[in-house]
Design a protein around this ligand. Structure first.
Ligand code: DGL
Length: 276
């Protein structure tokens, strides 16, 4: 029997643990929804790769999720959203939601001074994904961007409050502190894992915007508006796939999600790259 569209799972992908910041939000706002998660841990980080490679990896990740029969795909990676979202939307038939629009709108809603900081990977910052989106929505604000590539490794390593993380954050964020921003977009889904350190270093007077949490509201609205919300009343099921089972993934993921991951499944790269 054919599964009704609304009972199908939500597909979410990222290069690693970053997309779990979106999963966490979906747990709390859409607990009936089932999730298929893919973390491309064998090829992480995406943020230092060329646009060509990020598009290729993102296409394979989307194809993998479509093969798992998902009703919608959330590109829970700002790098992939900056570089590959339009290509994915043009090439696949399922609805695909990225991070940039949601994070930008939330920042504009929250800023009072009109001085917005953006931190992200090299790819996200070099492509100016956020400044283009924000200035397109409101040309009177000021946007200051800073790439913080080492944050991804620190998050994957689980150095969530390590002194090295503080030192690196000091170095990366001093420029933005000097600009007197009042809003800082965590324009990489790995960064909310480090939000304690980031908040401390940037100061309590700056509001942090989690792009993943902003995007999960977009997902909820999309499901509602398109009659795709799972209304069974049953708790959703969760499947986690990675392209390499690193020792850290399960431990950090469980710590971060505050729940157990019963089974972490590995999908081989040669299968992933040959999927039709
Ligand atoms: N979490 C991702 C992002 O939001 C990618 C990090 C990376 O792989 O460099 O940009």
């Amino acid at each position: 029997m054919k599964t009704l569209e609304k009972y199908k799972p939500i597909g979410i992908f990222d290069s690693g643990i970053g997309g779990l910041t979106v999963v966490k939000n979906i747990f709390s706002t859409l607990s009936n929804e089932s999730i298929v998660y893919f973390g491309d841990t064998a090829r992480l980080p995406y943020g230092t790769k060329s646009n060509f490679t990020v598009i290729e990896y993102s296409t394979q990740a989307a194809r993998f999720l479509i093969n798992r029969d998902v009703k919608i795909i959330v590109v829970a990676c700002n790098t992939a959203s900056s570089v590959a979202l339009t290509v994915l939307q043009n090439n696949f038939n399922v609805p695909i939601i990225g991070m940039i629009e949601a994070g930008s709108k939330k920042a504009l809603e929250r800023t009072k001074s009109g001085k917005i900081g953006i931190i992200g990977t090299n790819a996200t910052i070099n492509n100016k994904a956020y400044s283009k989106e924000i200035l397109n929505l409101d040309k009177d604000v000021q946007v200051f961007e800073k790439a913080c590539p080492l944050f991804v490794s620190l998050a994957e390593e689980g150095w969530l409050e390590h002194k090295a993380t503080y030192l690196i954050a000091e170095e990366y964020l001093k420029e933005l502190r000097d600009k007197k921003i009042d809003t800082l977009v965590l324009g990489c889904t790995h960064y909310p894992v480090l939000s304690k350190v980031i908040q401390k270093v940037i100061g309590d007077d700056v509001e942090l915007i989690d792009s993943g949490s902003a995007a999960s509201f977009f997902v909820e609205k999309y499901l509602e508006d398109n009659n795709l919300k799972n209304d069974t009343g049953n708790e959703g099921t969760y499947e986690y796939y990675v392209s390499d089972i690193s020792t850290n993934f399960k431990v950090i993921a469980e710590r971060f999600l505050a729940r157990e991951i019963n089974e972490l499944k590995k999908i081989d790269l040669d299968i992933l790259t040959k999927l039709q």
